[in-house]
Write a protein that binds this ligand. Structure first.
Ligand code: CAA
Length: 406
């Protein structure tokens, strides 16, 4: 449910630290990432150099306390960073988002002290890349329905993991992965298991990708965010020490969902960043491009587009801010912010689709050409309606919570 208004702080405070971060990230993103974005999109190469630089700036572990190698900042800092990086290049912001939200948060919130030190520090500092693996070839939206299995060995020292996971962002380069798999080896691999049974038997594991039994499958050829490498991962008798269970056996589904709530705020910010880039390009073009003897921005049909684009972006920003407030409150006082996160992601991803489409339309033929970034923004925005929960799943989550249904 949406947090009670009276219990919620009414505003976000933009501190001097946030201002400094914003200026530094904007400058870095425009100077170092924007100029190479088209090239990496074309080649589909993973931008390891700039990812390492984001790490050096503290951006790969923004909300991670400094003692574990992070920047020790808050959700607003994360959102401001995501918007600026996505504005320069959505692929970079995808890598950043998974590293921060889906990898570091899970260990920070559910890990032991020893796990935090060993598993967060190298990834939050950007020396290594982190990933999160929930999806399987036969289960995407229905995340609780898994075929992969982890079986405890006789000595009780290791879980032996077998199975395939798919659509794992950053997997081709990830050094460490938070993996979700079933620990109920007695259960058949059936898609029709009782739902409660499957959810209660999913466990999160910390996986070191340099160990035997781990391999990478095919890299997905994608429509957008082409420089953020995505692949299958394969477990073939991978022996995972019992110390690498995250948050307790059978707690995996809740960990996966809790982490996704935070991730969805990040994807909302990514969508807003892509939309802002497209919108700002459209403003410039509408002022400069002339048709029928006047700038096209002087015509009401273009003005209507500009007004609707701007209004949707600002409405999305307000939903993101509401979600940030709800998350910060939940982190200090408990509770969930699932609905706020889903509303922000749903609205911003659909706003990004609208804004990138209209911005391309305002550019006419030039928008369709690869000589301008509009077609890239249009392609990159598309994924935000799919990953970390499709728009259909966000609507289901919001409605179920509002109706009090499961
Ligand atoms: N926080 C904490 N716990 C939660 C939760 C949340 N947000 N949502 C559900 N749970 C808990 C429930 O309370 C319930 O617990 P109990 O059994 O103790 O009551 C349990 O989890 C099961 O909940 P549901 O019955 O609601 O589960 P469901 O099977 O109906 O599924 C769902 C819910 C929301 C549809 C979920 O499956 C879902 O989010 N699907 C989409 C998956 C997704 O986003 N995948 C993207 C993967 S990451 C990615 O995109 C790639 C990348 O690398 C970027």
């Amino acid at each position: 449910m949406v947090v009670n208004e009276t219990e919620r702080p009414l505003s976000l405070e933009m501190t001097a630290e946030h201002d400094m971060l914003l200026t530094a990230v904007r400058d870095f993103a425009q100077r170092e990432i924007a100029p190479v974005a088209a090239e990496f999109d074309e080649s589909g190469e993973f931008p390891l150099d700039t990812v390492r630089k984001m790490g050096e700036m503290g951006l790969m572990g923004i909300e991670v306390p400094e003692e574990y190698g992070g920047a020790g900042m808050d959700t607003l800092a994360h959102v401001l960073t995501m918007i600026e990086i996505a504005k320069a290049d959505a692929s970079h912001s995808t890598i950043l988002s998974v590293n921060n939200s889906l990898y570091c948060n899970g260990i920070l919130w559910f890990g032991t002290e020893a796990q935090k030190r060993e598993w967060i520090t190298p990834v939050a500092s950007g020396a290594e890349v982190g990933a999160y693996s929930l999806t399987e070839p036969m289960s995407g939206s229905d995340a609780g329905n898994m075929a992969s299995r982890a079986m405890l060995n006789e000595a009780g020292t290791h879980y032996i993991i077998n199975g395939r996971k798919s659509w794992v962002t950053s997997a081709p380069f990830a050094d460490r992965i938070v993996l979700f798999t079933m620990t109920a080896d007695h259960l058949p691999q059936s898609p029709n298991l009782d739902r409660g049974t499957t959810h209660r038997n999913i466990t999160a594991f910390l996986v070191d990708t340099s160990q035997p039994g781990f391999s990478r499958g095919k890299t997905e050829p994608k429509l957008g965010i082409r420089a953020s490498a995505t692949s299958e991962i394969i477990f073939d008798d991978y022996a995972c020490p019992v110390e690498n269970v995250l948050g307790g056996v059978g707690q995996g589904f809740k960990i996966a969902m809790t982490v996704l709530d935070a991730g969805r705020i990040g994807i909302a910010a990514q969508a807003l960043g892509i939309a802002e880039a497209a919108y700002e390009a459209a403003l410039i073009y509408a002022r400069e491009r002339e048709a029928f003897g006047a700038p096209i921005g002087s015509y009401q049909m273009i003005q209507q587009k500009i007004a609707d684009m701007k209004t949707r972006m600002e409405a999305g920003r307000a939903l993101i801010y509401q979600a940030i407030i709800a998350k910060e409150r939940a982190l200090t006082s408990g509770g969930r912010y699932t609905t706020e996160a889903s509303m922000a992601k749903l609205f911003c991803s659909e706003a990004a689709a609208y804004v990138t489409d209209e911005a391309l339309q305002i550019h006419g033929g030039m928008g369709y050409s690869k000589e301008m970034p509009l077609e890239r923004y249009y392609r990159d925005a598309r994924i935000t309606r799919i990953y970390e929960g499709t728009s259909e799943i966000q609507r289901m989550v919001i409605a179920r919570n509002e109706l009090g249904l499961r």
